[in-house]
Design a binder for this molecule. Sequence first.
Ligand code: ATP
Length: 504
Amino acid sequence: MANNEDLFKQIIAHAKEYGYIFPSSEIYDGLSAVYDYGQNGVELKNNIKQYWWKSMVQYHDNIVGLDSAIFMHPTIWKASGHVDAFNDPLIDNKDSKKRYRADVLIEDHIQKIEDKIDKEIEKARKRFNNFDEVLYRQTNTRVMQYQMQVEDIRTRFAEMMNNNDLAGLKALIEELGIACPISGTRNWTDVRQFNLMFATKLGSVADGADTIYLRPETAQGIFVNFLNIYKTGRMKLPFGIAQIGKAFRNEIVARQFIFRMREFEQMEMQFFVKPGEELKWFDYWKQTRLQWHTDLGIPAENYRFHDHEKLAHYANAASDIEFKFPFGFKELEGIHSRTDFDLSQHEQYSGKKLRYFDAESNESYVPYVVETSIGVDRMFLAVFSHAYCEETLEDGSTRTVLRLPAKLAPFKAAVLPLVKKDGLPEIGREIFDTLKKDFMVQYDEKDAIGRRYRRQDAIGTPFCITVDNQTREDGTVTVRERDTMAQYRLPVSELTGELLKKMR
Ligand code: ATP
C-alpha cells in the first residue's frame, strides 16, 4: 500500500501519462506552478465547469452569468483592498535559501499535532470495543494535552494574523521549533509581507497610472458590473451573478501540483441580498455548495467545513469547504459573507451610486453579498485524486482505474470491435457515429480487447461497448461497466437511451 506521498506522486505521473496534465513549457524545463491540460484534462475541466454553470445559472432563475475582462482599471484593486492588503507573510530559511509562507508553516505544525491525535484515537478504536471517541478525547491525558496545544497555538496565531504581528509570527515559529524541511535548520529571516498580484504595463492609461494588474480573483469583475446587470436584467433581490475565468497570483509557495498555481481558474458567484439577510443566505449557500460536491457520489466523509477564526477585511462570516486531498484536508472552496464592503468601496472610488431600489420599502441601499468561490483546478485535483485507484483483481492481476463520476468523465463510452475483420469495425464505426451525437465517445480497434479495456479504465471511461460476431446476428453488443467490470448485452438501438439513463 503506497503512503500518501507516494500516492500523490503516482497521481501526478498518471495525469501526465494519460494526457490529463502536463507541466507548462515542458520542453524548456517547465515553468514553476504553471500547468497545461492535455486532451483528456481539457474534457474533464470543461465538464467540471459545465456541472457548476448548470447548477448555478441553469437551475436558478435568479442567477445570471458574466464574462468580464481580465484587465481592469487599476483603481479597482485599490478600492478592493488588494493593492494594500493582498499579502502573504513570507519567511526565508537562511541555509537552504528556500522561501515559505509563515502562516502555512504554523498551520502545517498544527496539522502534525492533529495527526498525532488521530493516530491515538485510531489505536484506541482498535483496542476497545464500544469505543466512545468523545469520552476518550475528554479523558485521555495525552490526547487532552495535544488538544490544548492546538487550541493555544490557534488562538495566538489568529491574534497575530489579525494584528498583522509579523515579529510575533517569527517568534512563534521559533518557539514551536519549526525547521526547514530542506536544510533541517531553524535559521530563519524576519517575516515580511509580500503582495501576490502580478503587475504589468498598459500602453495608454492617463495620468501616468499605467500599472495594471492581472486579476487575482474574478469577483471584482462582478462587482463593477453590478449596476449593468441589475439594470439590463431587471433583477430583483436576492439575485446572483456567476462567472468562470482565469485568475493570477504570485504564490510564494507553489509546490503542490495544481493545488496552488500561479495561473488558475475560478468559478465564483456573488449573491446580492437585502442587508440583514446575509447570514441566512450564508448558511443556505454553505449547505447548497456542500450538496453540489456530494451529489457527485464522493462520500461525505471526504468533506468538512472550516469556519474562519481570522476574517478577511471585507467579511462578517466565512467558511471553507475542505477536501481530503492525498496530503490531508485542505481548502477546496470558500463561502464568504462579504457585507457591503466591495460595492461601498467602488461607490467611494468611482463616485457612482451602486444602489438597489427596493420598491417595497421605497428606499435605496447598497446590497450585501454572499460569495461562493471555488478553483476549477483544485476541484479537478479533488475529483481526480479521489478517482485514482490501483486494485488487485480476483485472478491476482492489477488494474489502474479512474473512478470518475460518469457526468465528469472525458469520454462516456468507448466502442471496441472485438477483431479488426468480419465487418465488425464497420458496425463499430456506425455505433460511434450514432453515440457521438449525444456524448463524447472513443473508437479503438488497436490491441487485444483486454488491453483496450485497461486503457479505458485508466482514463476513466465508464462504459465499454464491444462489437462481436453476435452483433452481426442479433444487433446486440456487450456493455462492460468500468467500476464493477460487469458485462451484459444490449440491443444497439437501446444504447443511447440506456447510457444516458445510467449517467443521470
Ligand atoms: P488559500 O488559503 O489556499 O491560498 P484562498 O483562501 O486565498 O486559498 P480564495 O481567495 O478564497 O482562496 O479563492 C477561492 C478559491 O480559489 C479557493 O478556495 C481555491 O479553490 C482557489 N484558489 C485560490 N488560490 C489558488 C491557487 N493559487 N491555485 C489554484 N486554486 C486557487
